[in-house]
Design a protein. Structure first.
Ligand SMILES: [Fe+2]
Length: 220
């Protein structure tokens, strides 16, 4: 319900979405939250290596999985918690949880940000570049990205720099004690960079940025 609300609330906003691609030490590609597979995107991807893993980080990031699976039938498809039930048209090889599967454990760690009854995100960490990867748990739009009343709403929702974070309506659904334990493991990565699906990346001192973005979790 909350997930549907999150989606419909922002309909009509310009809400650009970033995809992340990691080349694993095996040479295969880990494609996180794939965007529309245009001819240009496909050329770029094919130049990087063979697509092995198609990954949904949470159940509102799934729209293009089907077209990627059609284009790369040998790639494995990974559901975020709750997604397999929502996308019965797709066959998932596995549902992601609180530890990385063997397929990418050597390169990428992960934590299931549990504690919300409505939406559970898997957060990833690419060890070699010390990059933490967030979908919607941290949104970080530039001030001025949204204009007028939309900008006012976005600031109120807590998704605009320098006070970016999870949308406030989602924060309200968390059991904080559970989520805090998961956040502690994310902070223990000591990330240098933070990349997110929506908004500006952080290149340095990522751990401090993550801590600040989750200040809402420290209270109450
Ligand atoms: Fe999103």
């Amino acid at each position: 319900m909350a997930a549907r609300f999150l989606l419909s609330f922002w309909d009509g906003f310009s809400y650009p979405t970033r995809m992340v691609v990691v080349r694993l030490s095996s040479g295969g590609l880990f494609v996180w939250s794939p965007i529309a597979l245009t001819p240009d995107v496909k050329v770029g991807i094919d130049a990087l290596g063979p697509v092995r893993h198609l990954v949904s980080p949470n159940s509102i990031h799934h729209l293009f999985l089907g077209e990627w699976k059609t284009a790369y039938p040998d790639a494995k498809l990974y559901a975020s918690p709750g997604l397999a039930k929502k996308r019965k048209d797709l066959h998932f090889d596995a549902t992601l949880g609180d530890s990385p599967p063997a397929a990418w454990a050597a390169d990428i760690d992960q934590v299931e940000m549990a504690g919300s009854a409505f939406l559970t995100e898997i957060v990833f960490f690419h060890r070699a570049s010390r990059t933490a990867i967030f979908a919607d748990l941290i949104e970080n739009f530039r001030p001025g990205w949204f204009k007028g009343w939309k900008g006012w709403l976005a600031r109120l929702d807590g998704i605009v720099m320098p006070n970016g974070g999870a949308p406030r309506e989602w924060r309200l659904t968390f059991r904080k004690k559970v989520a805090r334990a998961r956040l502690a493991r994310i902070l223990a990565w000591e990330a240098e960079q933070v990349v997110m699906a929506h908004g500006e990346m952080t290149r340095h001192d990522g751990s401090a940025f993550i801590r600040k973005s989750f200040r809402w979790l420290a209270r109450g």
